[in-house]
Design a protein. Structure first.
Length: 260
């Protein structure tokens, strides 16, 4: 995603880094946009406190007095801001329980013509792991990842314009099943609603390790990385016998100078 920042022609004054701690992009964004105010947006207060600590500049640093005032806040606080020119969300959309609602929240948080850039996991991710679970009747192994074409349709429905979707396949390998499982734990948990509801047993873990190891050698897993970007379109008032337009949308339409 960092390599694709060159397509953003407008220099943002405010950048929303959605789920900043998990995305690991804070240093990149601050380096690329030194004059911008970077806001770390987190799902809860505890994560927002960690992000605020990462944003804090040492008292002895000259940049503390010269640079913009960065901030950290929760999703609830940032969702209705409607002022950021860039919203960045690295590897978090697949954790959203309601992706269309998440895209709508991003649309409201951006200024008109603001730019959205995001990445997430696609449906080909961990296909080998899902096959093992299905073969042994262990239930779903991962959440249901969304196809990039469906994400593009969701972007348009949420009020974004000119969406561009792209996909990158990656294959990672591990020496052992334990090494694989240890790394998968760092990526998060299985959020599928029909996942196994309780704790597994040591016997089950040994069976999983044997199934993953197969005939020996390194264990390979595929990951599908989806990239997307789009602009926030100028709001359109729906024509009806009675049409209501919010004050914020009316201001946006007036500033755009485009007849609607």
């Amino acid at each position: 995603m960092g390599e694709r920042l060159a397509i953003v022609k407008r220099t943002p004054r405010e950048v929303l880094d959605w789920w900043s701690v998990q995305g690991g992009s804070l240093a990149l964004l601050r380096e690329h946009y030194p004059a911008a105010r970077v806001v770390a947006v987190e799902p809860g207060e505890a994560a927002a406190a960690r992000a605020a600590e990462a944003l804090r500049t040492p008292w002895w640093s000259p940049s503390r007095w010269r640079g913009p005032a960065h901030a950290a806040m929760t999703e609830a606080e940032a969702g209705e801001g409607a002022g950021a020119e860039l919203l960045w969300a690295n590897m978090m959309l697949h954790w959203a329980p309601d992706p269309p609602a998440q895209l709508a929240r991003w649309q409201r948080a951006l200024a008109v013509d603001g730019f959205l850039m995001f990445s997430c996991l696609g449906p080909d991710t961990l296909r080998e792991l899902r096959t093992v679970y299905e073969r042994h009747g262990w239930g779903p192994a991962t959440p249901a990842f969304i196809d990039m074409h469906d994400l593009g349709d969701m972007l348009v429905h949420a009020g974004f314009a000119d969406p561009v979707m792209d996909m990158e396949p990656l294959t990672l390998t591990w020496d052992s099943a334990d090494a694989l499982l240890q790394e998968l734990r760092t990526l998060g948990r299985n959020t599928h609603p029909q996942r196994h509801p309780g704790l597994r047993t040591p016997r089950w873990k040994r069976a999983l390790g044997q199934a993953l190891q197969g005939g020996g050698g390194r264990i390979a897993m595929r990951f599908e990385i989806i990239y997307g970007h789009a602009f926030k379109a100028v709001p359109r008032a729906r024509v009806a016998d009675e049409t209501r337009v919010s004050l914020a949308d009316m201001r946006s339409m007036m500033r755009s100078g485009k007849p609607r």
